[in-house]
Design a binder for this molecule. Structure first.
Ligand code: HPA
Length: 269
């Protein structure tokens, strides 16, 4: 696996005009942030050696190189989910490749179900911490030389970046929530009893991604900032049917605000 990571990184290094130190992973319904990027190069995942292929609607599957404001960035339009059948090593492969390319700050976004009663659909939640509820750990197996066998997770989400996001949100009058994201395998949305369990466990939002990528990014020593868009609510007595289309629609509506926050953060961090 490590050899494949090196090979893919070399392949990309030969083709990319610049090697940014910042990358963004765009989640479900959030791929349009890519439109804010002045794209200089765009490579389909299917053209990148060893990259898995994205299979879910709403994830178009491209690695984008461009500028957001005045900063060079790499953006992953579409990510790989565990529920698609990929191993955890495949899910986190692109993060390892980005690290090899020189990325040291990672912005992640996702759509999530809100379990905190003060949340509303369309809220942006700055992820302050996470709970890994996946059945397989991305660091299971032989340790990669990028980090220790037993990595620290006391600050998975960079406090400095959270403070910066708060300052920008206050300045621009953007409403933000804060909370703990629990990552679960899916692909089912939660039953009412499961939403309740996740709330009891200490989570504010639940989704099917992000945690594996963040763990691997931290294993590489990257700074991480994460945002969940609350696309549906898992509140006792208020749970209604949830579909992928609704999740996409709700995420789509918040894209301009998320783009504004991310753009400003990237230009100042
Ligand atoms: N549960 C899990 N994943 C999700 C949800 C949810 O309610 N909403 C968006 N992604």
């Amino acid at each position: 696996m490590y050899e494949n990571i090196q090979k893919t990184a070399s392949w990309l290094r030969e083709r990319l005009d610049v090697l940014p130190t910042t990358a963004i992973i765009l989640g479900t319904g959030l791929g349009r942030l890519a439109e804010e990027i002045s794209v200089t190069q765009s490579i389909a995942y299917s053209d990148i050696p060893n990259f898995p292929l994205s299979t879910v609607e709403g994830h178009s599957g491209r690695l984008i190189l461009g500028r957001l404001g005045s900063t060079d960035i790499l953006a992953m339009q579409g990510r790989f989910h565990y529920y698609e059948g990929y191993s955890m090593k495949e899910v986190t492969f692109p993060v390892r490749v980005m690290y090899e390319l020189g990325v040291r700050t990672l912005f992640v976004s996702n759509a999530a179900g809100g379990m905190n009663p003060s949340f509303a659909i369309g809220d942006m939640m700055i992820i302050t911490d996470h709970i890994n509820f996946f059945p397989e750990h991305p660091l299971r197996g032989k340790n990669f030389p990028t980090g220790p066998r037993f990595p620290d997770m006391s600050e998975a989400y960079d406090r400095g970046l959270i403070a910066l996001a708060d300052a920008i949100a206050a300045e621009k009058g953007i409403k933000v929530q804060h909370g703990v994201y629990i990552g679960t395998q899916g692909p089912t949305f939660e039953t009412p009893a499961e939403y309740k369990m996740f709330r009891v466990l200490g989570a504010d939002a639940v989704g099917m991604s992000t945690v594996p990528e963040v763990i691997v990014a931290r294993h590489c020593g990257m700074r991480v900032f994460g945002v969940s868009i609350i696309t549906d609510l898992g509140l006792e007595g208020r749970i209604v049917e949830c579909s992928h289309e609704e999740v996409q629609r709700a995420a789509n509506a918040v894209q301009p605000l998320m783009a504004e926050l991310m753009r400003e953060m990237i230009s100042r961090s």
